[in-house]
Design a protein around this ligand. Structure first.
Ligand code: CO
Length: 357
């Protein structure tokens, strides 16, 4: 952990008019947030590894209101991230540096900060915040394979040892039929809400199928574009793989409803594909299935159990499950380049449709 510039604080009279220049530049502006103890309303604008903090006073008595009255709008403070805030403050006090407050304050979201008085910092109001010790890996999970899709922001701490350690920060639904219009703006909002910049993303985990032809095509095209522009790796995750992951047994059949009285199935042993993904009639699968079956399909579980076969129902993995399995694959080096990313429709008719499109 090193020192870095966390953000630049800018005092403004109106957030609405001040943020527009950044929006015109194509940057993403976070939603507005009120910090009661500082009597300000603020937005963050992630810029590369750092951010701009636009501060609008919520009362005449606020520090920002007084600053604007005296000096007009403009740069208010520079915020630096330090490895150990308590040690830094102790050190500065010992050296006779003037601080605005003697104590370290705790702000929104639990971050700890202190201000160094401009008289001790060359006329600059210097904010010091504590940096995170080790950065967690940031993954975006995307599933557009079904009628309804979803998007997830996931974080894997450095000490994570299994997919269960991957934290799903937020998962949001994507309405069916609107994937192409929704995906990019929803992702931008998701990142802004959690103050994650696009550059902070370590990888994209995307459901490669099986599923809807149009949905997958849109999802994969968006991921290709994003990953290429940002220079980030893609992990391609089969939903069957994610379903099998939900089961605990060593040797597992994963099954998903494919409509038309058919199923998508694949067999895995300890997470490794042992029988290729394929399409099979329901009745035929119920008849022939050996060993454990894991599926999202309740009716299939009932049919299998009616035949005395072992079956478990799991919830649809969605973007969260895709992110979890994606993290495991990423760790194993199983990522693909944007050019290599391919949809896996399984249904031949869909594949033909795709090649003509
Ligand atoms: Co600040």
């Amino acid at each position: 952990m090193m020192f870095s510039i966390d953000h630049l604080g800018i005092a403004v009279k109106s957030l609405a008019s001040s943020k527009s220049i950044y929006e015109k530049l194509g940057l993403t502006v976070s939603p507005e947030e009120v910090v009661e103890q500082e009597q300000v309303r603020l937005v963050m604008v992630p810029v590369g590894d750092t951010r701009l903090e636009l501060l609008e006073p919520t009362s005449e008595d606020s520090t920002i209101a007084k600053f604007i009255a005296k000096r007009g709008e403009g740069l208010h403070h520079v915020c630096m991230k330090v490895p150990d805030l308590a040690a830094a403050v102790e050190n500065l006090k010992r050296e006779g540096v003037r601080l605005v407050t003697d104590e370290i304050k705790t702000g929104a979201g639990g971050h700890r900060y202190v201000f160094v008085h401009p008289s001790s910092a060359g006329g600059v109001l210097l904010e010091l915040v504590e940096g995170h010790k080790a950065r967690a890996m940031v993954l975006i999970g995307i599933d557009t394979s079904g009628k309804e899709g979803s998007l997830a922001l996931a974080r894997a701490p450095q000490q994570a040892s299994s997919a269960d350690d991957v934290e799903i920060v937020e998962s949001i639904p994507l309405e069916g039929g609107t994937f192409s219009a929704q995906l990019i703006p929803q992702l931008a909002e998701l990142l802004a809400r959690h103050e994650v910049s696009k550059q902070d993303i370590d990888a994209f985990a995307v459901a490669s199928g099986p599923g809807s032809f149009t949905g997958l095509r849109v999802g994969l095209a968006a991921v290709k574009g994003l990953a290429e522009a940002l220079g980030k790796p893609i992990v391609s995750v089969s939903l069957l793989e994610a379903v099998a992951h939900g089961g605990s047994d060593m040797r597992t059949w994963a099954a998903l409803d494919a409509g038309r009285n058919e199923l998508y199935v694949a067999e895995y042993e300890a997470g490794v594909l042992t029988a290729d993904e394929r399409l099979i009639g329901r009745a035929e699968f119920v008849e022939s299935a050996q060993g454990k079956v894991v599926t999202t399909d309740v009716q299939l579980v009932q049919a299998l159990m009616g035949r005395g076969k072992a079956a478990d129902v799991v919830s649809h993995p969605g973007s969260a499950g895709v992110a979890r399995v994606g993290w495991e694959k990423l760790r194993a080096g199983l990522f693909v380049t944007p050019e290599e990313l391919e949809a896996n429709y399984i249904r031949r008719s869909d594949a033909e449709l795709f090649s003509k499109a």
